[in-house]
Design a binder for this molecule. Sequence first.
Ligand code: ADP
Ligand code: MG
Length: 316
Amino acid sequence: MIEIQSLIKTYGGKPALEGVSFTVGEGEIVGFLGPNGAGKSTTLNILTGYLSATSGTVKVGGIDVFEFPDEAKKLIGFLPEQPPLYPEMKVREYLNFIYELKKCTLNRKKHLEEIMQVTKILDVKDRLISNLSKGYRQRVGIAQALVGNPPIIILDEPTVGLDPKQIIEIRNLIRNLGKNHTVILSSHILSEVQSVCGRVIIINEGRIIADEVTDNITRVAEDGRDYSVKLCGPQREVLSALRAINGIVFAEATGDRDGDAVTYRVRSESGVDIRKPLFYLASKNDWPLVGLEAIGMDLEDVFVRIMDADERKNHR
Ligand code: ADP
Ligand code: MG
């Protein structure tokens, strides 16, 4: 459905993309993950025909985006990082305007009602866009991408700036879109793409460093992970007992105290689940275990691991 080959983009001599290639098949929901400045927006803006490339090719549904931009654009609904909203328009008026702009031929009233229903904006259709909350505005942005019912939907950081409740709503909306669209969703948050996407493509400094099914990325990210362990017991004894557990490579008190409970940061060896030995240690010594939590990794940590894993694979 989407084929990107050796994409290079330089901004005034500075490289932003250094040979990006990937393909996305029909019906996939793909997460495009990378830290700020990695090249996500540049890639998506080129893919959607809004920005030229320095070199490389992009095909959408078999159509070359650089040769036939109008035809290719018809297949894509795009929510750019800065949604192109007109604050002085009312929601319905704006979608009508987009309908005209895209020269849509579907039954106008029915089509726009359907879109407003799917994106849950029917209750604000007569409100000015400038008066909408950020969450509603984002949904209007997704609604404009759906006008014309394009088979491919591309969303550039659709949940940035939203509160947790709005994030959950937008995620559910994206999951639903994935049932009958090919979707690419960019993000700089691992957990975000993990929860929605079947596959994750990771970009860093203008290069693709991983392209895997989400389960594989999750495995790399969680292998040998850190836990926060809260135990009631004499700190010195607890620490030496923790360090004696097979599979624990590191244990230290964090300095957090809560009555007689002390919090420790513990790192497990790759491939070892330390939760059961922890439980048995606590119960054998009569040290109540009052907290056990996996510590989430940020994207930086995940990158380091993925690049390490990649190197190990290449040197084997
Ligand atoms: P991301 O979306 O992953 O945060 P971008 O694609 O926006 O990354 O940016 C990739 C790189 O290109 C960054 O180093 C950024 O500073 C640079 N860049 C992006 N847009 C422009 C532009 N219009 N002019 C010059 N440099 C740009
Ligand atoms: Mg961006």
